[in-house]
Design a protein. Structure first.
Length: 239
C-alpha cells in the first residue's frame, strides 16, 4: 500500500492527473500486474479525492488497458500486453486531456443518430419500458421546484444508454457508455438551467415516440437535432 502514498492530494483532485499518477505507479512496477486495486471507497480515504474523481480516473485506466475487471474480484492491474493492445484502439489513443467536450459531442453526433435509427427498427415492444422509465421520471422531476440535478443527470444517461440497448449491439452500448462518461463536464450545475432541462426532456420525448412508432428516419433526425441543441447550449465548454 505504500506506493499509493506517493500520489499527492493536488493530483488526486483532478481525474486526468490522478489517472496519470496511477499509470506511472503501474509502469514503474510499484503496483504490479495481477494485483488487485483497493476499492473506490478505500481510494477516496487513502488519496483524499472525491468518489467521482476516483471513478473517472479508474475508467480512463480501463480504457487505456491498465486495468481490467474480474467478477467478484474488482479491478485488477492488467498485464503489459493488454496495454499494448489498447494503445491501438480509439479509447486507448485518446488521453483524458484530449477528450474535449467538442470532440465527444462530435463523436456522439456521428454515432448516436444511426443508433436511434437502428433502435427504431430492432427493438421489441416489451423493451420500450427501459426507454420510457427515465423519460417519465425526468418529466415528473421537472414539476418539482427546483428539480433535482442529480435525478435529471441520471435520467439523461439512462435514456441514451437505453437507446443503445434497443439497437442490440454490445459494441454500440459500450461506445455510448463511454461517451456519456466523457460528457460529465457538460452536466455541471452551471449549465443545467431549468430551460435546458425542459428542452432536453422534450427532445427525449420526440426521440421516444419515433422509436416506439418504428420510424427510423424520424428517430435519426430527432437524435441529431437533440445533440445539435446540446452542443449549442454547452458551447462555452466546447473548446
Amino acid at each position: 500500500m505504500t506506493a499509493w502514498s506517493e500520489i499527492d492530494v493536488e493530483a488526486a483532485s483532478v481525474p486526468e492527473l490522478l489517472s496519470g499518477r496511477i499509470a506511472q505507479l503501474i509502469d514503474s512496477g510499484r503496483v504490479e500486474a495481477g494485483s488487485k486495486l483497493p476499492s473506490e471507497r478505500a481510494l477516496v480515504t487513502m488519496l483524499g479525492a472525491s468518489r467521482i474523481s476516483i471513478r473517472h480516473a479508474l475508467q480512463d485506466l480501463e480504457l487505456r488497458g491498465y486495468l481490467t475487471r474480474k467478477p467478484r474480484a474488482g479491478r485488477i492491474v492488467a498485464p503489459l500486453e493488454m496495454r499494448a493492445l489498447a494503445e491501438g484502439s480509439i479509447f486507448g489513443s485518446m488521453s483524458s486531456d484530449h477528450r474535449t467536450v467538442r470532440e465527444v459531442m462530435d463523436l456522439r453526433t456521428v454515432v448516436e443518430p444511426p443508433i436511434a435509427e437502428r433502435a427504431a427498427v430492432r427493438h421489441r415492444t416489451s423493451e420500450l419500458h427501459a426507454l420510457r422509465t427515465p423519460l417519465e421520471t425526468s418529466e415528473r422531476e421537472l414539476a418539482n421546484r427546483p428539480p433535482s440535478l442529480q435525478v435529471m443527470q441520471l435520467c439523461d444517461v439512462q435514456f441514451h444508454l437505453a437507446i443503445a440497448g434497443l439497437a442490440h449491439n454490445s459494441m454500440l452500448t459500450r461506445l455510448v457508455t463511454e461517451t456519456n462518461e466523457w460528457m460529465a463536464p457538460s452536466r455541471q450545475a452551471s449549465f443545467q438551467t431549468e430551460q435546458r432541462m425542459q428542452r432536453s426532456v422534450d427532445a427525449h420525448r420526440s426521440i421516444y415516440h419515433a422509436i416506439a412508432e418504428r420510424d427510423p428516419v424520424r428517430a435519426r433526425k430527432a437524435m441529431h437535432d437533440h445533440l445539435a441543441d446540446v452542443l449549442e447550449a454547452i458551447a462555452p465548454l466546447a473548446h
